[in-house]
Write a new protein. Structure first.
Ligand code: ZN
Length: 59
């Protein structure tokens, strides 16, 4: 399981510990954006287009 930065699309590995704490936030090292990892989960083989669609639904 991975999480994706909503700003620049960089992927980060997500640990089980982070999933158990739904409000865990991380800073993207690439664009410095802060985001909640549990809100943006990406399957190993998921297409980024699906992740983007998910992000657009959320407001
Ligand atoms: Zn980023």
């Amino acid at each position: 399981m991975r999480s994706q930065c909503p700003d620049c699309g960089k992927l980060y590995p997500v640990t089980k510990k982070q999933l158990r704490a739904p409000k865990t936030q991380v800073y993207c090292t690439q664009c410095k954006k802060k985001f909640i990892v549990a809100e943006i989960l990406v399957e190993k083989t998921a297409k980024t287009a699906e992740a983007n669609a998910f992000n657009q639904k959320k407001k």
